[in-house]
Ligand binder design. Structure first.
Ligand code: NAP
Length: 225
């Protein structure tokens, strides 16, 4: 396993997750795929293998931090130290309620999903990155991470908290060769779109990993559909 780089994609689905797996796979990375649906993950593993990319499925729900931690530990044991972590599960629709219909109970899910999950994931992979002396942590968010939306209180509040956590990590870890960055995707991920096609976004994320400057990056102009 020595010398092989590993990317863990937390929230590995058919859109952005798969595109990032293909992009890093093309560069020789091994891929750890984390999401809840084992069958879908196995399908993606097969597809990647057919393209010559080594990938493994590690099913977990990001809202169960112990399970997520275990999945990432298994990934490191089977594939090697995780050098790149991408946190990009797609939030469910019911996190996007109007602010006046959002009480503390409606914030539990978004906070588990966008704060506890990433904190658990980062704390699991960080010791390995520090041992390697290099690493990249990529967060992907919608536009509400930057401009809160009155109809989408859950993601607005929780993405803002995730952004703060990521920014703190960025400042704290830069000197150790660990680059932490956020890609904000305003509007919808749209196949065929010049900036928001999954493959284009994967290229953007690859560039962020390679170029290693700045915390916040925008995939498109804020306010775009
Ligand atoms: N789609 C958009 O229009 C859009 C717009 C702006 C920003 N974004 C950002 O882009 C990223 C997602 O990209 P995408 O929409 O193309 O999605 P994707 O990579 O196609 O799929 C994301 C995967 O996240 C997994 N997931 C959802 N809830 C989870 C949970 N509780 N635990 C573990 N995994 C979970 C789902 O798989 P399972 O069901 O198997 O768990 C899903 O397939 C996210 O960071 C999102 O904030 C998306």
């Amino acid at each position: 396993m020595v010398g092989v780089s590993v990317v863990a994609i937390v929230g590995a689905g058919p859109g952005l997750g798969a595109a990032v797996a293909r992009r890093f796979g093309r560069e020789g990375y091994d891929i750890a795929l984390v999401a809840r649906d084992r069958d879908r993950l196995d399908g993606l593993v097969r597809e990647l293998s057919e393209g010559g990319v080594r990938a493994r499925a590690f099913p977990a729900d990001v809202r169960e931090p112990e399970r997520l931690t275990r999945a990432l530990a298994d990934a490191a044991r089977e594939l090697g130290t995780v050098e790149v972590l991408q946190y990009s599960p797609v939030p469910p629709r019911d996190f996007m309620r109007p602010v006046l219909e959002t009480g503390h109970r409606q914030l539990t899910g978004p906070v588990e999903f966008s704060v506890y999950g990433p904190v658990a994931a980062v704390r699991q992979v960080l010791p390995g990155m520090r041992r390697l002396g290099r690493g990249t942590i990529l967060f992907v968010n919608g536009g509400t991470a930057v401009v809160p939306h009155v109809e989408r209180a859950g993601t607005s509040v929780a993405f803002a908290a995730q952004s703060a956590y990521g920014h703190l990590l960025h400042e704290r870890l830069a000197a150790e060769g660990i680059h932490v960055a956020q890609l904000v995707v305003p509007g919808a991920i749209t196949p065929g779109h010049p900036r928001k096609d999954p493959a284009v976004l994967a290229e953007t994320l690859w560039g962020m990993h390679r170029e290693r400057h700045g915390f916040r990056h925008f995939a498109d102009d804020l306010g775009s559909p």
